[in-house]
Write a protein that binds this ligand. Structure first.
Ligand code: IMP
Ligand code: MG
Length: 179
């Protein structure tokens, strides 16, 4: 599929699944090395991260646990800046090594908020793995960002878990808004 139509928008093919898969294998090797002899708690930030998280976890060989939380800040194609917690973490993370899984880091506001919140629960460490990062959109300095699949320009993307108004998550490839 070369193009994808959602509502009134047309998206074009951007990152193929073959490339995503290869990149995830490299990230997983790094995590396997960094967390050897540890049992991290891998926390998925719903909804967008679920497909990336599943593929990444299948490539991990370390012992690990999973948990989820859910926040939202996006409406249409714009971050609202206000973060809404839809689903809070109800797992004890004290003294645990946390790997937070994101689909995409845009302004970084969501991540900054989440990291500060998780830190109050005294984990041993927090690192972030994100499939995508928009460096030109980033407004915060976040030292915890450790594993990034692809750095991309400030374009709106969908697919492979990412949505436009709730739609378009169920594609293998990642698509970008056609201008
Ligand atoms: P931030 O707080 O601005 O970093 O926004 C992070 C969240 O916004 C991500 O977890 C996504 O859910 C959403 N988001 C940001 N950019 C995109 C995009 O290009 N496509 C789909 N969702 C996006
Ligand atoms: Mg998200």
């Amino acid at each position: 599929m070369m193009e994808l139509a959602i509502d009134d928008k047309i998206f074009e093919s951007f990152i193929d699944y073959e490339l995503i898969e290869k990149r995830i294998r490299v990230l997983a090797i790094q995590i396997n090395v960094d967390y050897e002899n540890k049992t991290p708690m891998i926390i998925g930030v719903l909804n967008g991260s679920f497909i990336f998280m599943a593929d990444l976890m299948k490539a991990l060989e370390i012992s690990c646990e999973v948990a989820f939380l859910k926040v939202s800040s996006y409406q249409d194609m714009q971050s609202t800046g206000k973060i809404k917690e839809e689903y809070v973490l109800n797992t004890n993370i004290e003294n645990r090594d946390i790997i937070l899984i994101e689909d995409i880091i845009d302004t970084g506001n969501t991540l900054d908020y989440l990291i500060n919140k998780l830190k109050t629960k005294n984990p041993a460490s927090i690192k972030v793995a994100s499939l995508l990062l928009k460096p030109d959109a980033l407004q915060k300095e976040i030292d915890e960002i450790a594993y990034v699949g692809f750095e991309i320009a400030n374009d709106f993307v969908v697919g492979y878990g990412l949505d436009y108004n709730g739609l378009g998550r169920n594609t293998k490839n990642i698509y970008r808004l056609k201008t």
